[in-house]
Design a protein around this ligand. Structure first.
Ligand SMILES: Cc1ncc(COP(=O)(O)O)c(C=O)c1O
Length: 298
């Protein structure tokens, strides 16, 4: 994404982007020497306002506008409003770049991503996804018109001046793509697990925010010390691994535990996880996790 953004724009162009974009988008923006305007996360009214500002500037500079957002926001699991942003193309002249790292392979009737989910595949001018999520590999891809891809082939600094993906990973990615296409049952299994997990956790009284994807955040009350003990407790005493997000990504008294089920999990795994989380919630509600940092070396 860093190199894609860098290659697509010059100093006359203006970038309009979602304020909660992933670090790789932010890093690409840092390389941009022209103007950039953030819109409030998923706020279409504000996005339109930024498009108006960008249009005014490009009318003078002669540049273009690039709008960037994500298909699935990887922290909270909410979806970028791709349909609403695409609809703005009727009023404003821009190209639309979507980072669908978490949506590719999981979202849409055929796993083609969040743009398929919203029925706007043709409106996305440049589509990016990584092989590191649904493909369980490493690397990524960018898709666009032949003309844009040909341009990117010769202008992506990350590809020209660095080692490209090893052949073993490339062949592995092609095989995984075939599996995603030929075995929709894996995606269906994933969603069976996702629905069961999210329903189970909600029924247990846990707050999952606004997720609409397999990314399953669980918001709890607590500081950094309690969150450390929570994940330690989960991992050591319940054998549940999950990542944790703490301040400054979330407010100081909020802990976000992030679960991502896979097609390889079973419904028994889901039940077990929900039970573990019920117990963690009970401990949080009873303020059982010490407020002082524990000595994990003992
Ligand atoms: C939206 C988004 N873009 C890009 C990436 C980076 O992917 P990779 O780990 O393949 O570099 C991630 C991974 O967390 C992501 O969530």
């Amino acid at each position: 994404m860093v190199s894609i953004i860098d290659a697509l724009v010059n100093r006359h162009d203006v970038i309009v982007y979602d304020s909660e974009s992933h670090a790789c988008i932010m890093d690409g923006l840092r390389l941009h020497i022209g103007k950039r305007f953030a819109f409030h996360h998923n706020d279409i009214e504000n996005c339109e306002k930024q498009l108006q500002r960008a249009t005014k500037l490009t009318e003078v500079s002669g540049g273009g506008i690039l709008v960037i957002t994500e298909g699935v926001f990887g922290m909270a699991g909410d979806l970028g409003k791709l349909d609403k942003i695409a609809a703005l193309k009727k009023k404003y002249n821009f190209r639309f770049l979507v980072d669908d790292a978490h949506g590719f392979g999981t979202m849409g009737a055929n796993g083609r991503g969040t743009s398929e989910h919203f029925g706007v595949m043709d409106e996305i001018d440049i589509y990016f996804a990584t092989f590191a999520k649904s493909m369980a590999g490493i690397g990524g891809f960018v898709a666009s018109t032949k003309e844009v891809i040909s341009y990117l082939r010769y202008n992506l600094r990350s590809q020209i001046y660095a080692k490209s993906l090893p052949m073993a990973m490339t062949l592995g990615a092609i095989k995984r793509l075939e599996i995603i296409q030929a075995h929709p049952e894996y995606r269906e299994k994933l969603w069976t697990n996702v629905r069961a997990l999210q329903k189970g956790l909600k029924d247990a009284g846990l707050n999952l925010g606004n997720t609409e994807s397999p990314v399953t955040p669980v918001f709890m009350k607590g500081g950094v010390t309690q969150s450390t003990q929570m994940i330690y407790d989960l991992r050591e005493h319940y054998n549940v691994f999950c990542s944790v997000v703490i301040y400054p990504v979330v407010p100081k008294d909020v802990v976000m535990l992030r679960l991502i089920p896979t097609a390889a999990h079973s419904l028994e795994d889901v039940d077990y996880t929900v039970k573990a989380f019920r117990e963690i919630k009970r401990k949080v509600d009873n303020d059982e996790y010490p407020h002082e940092m524990a000595d994990f070396t003992k």
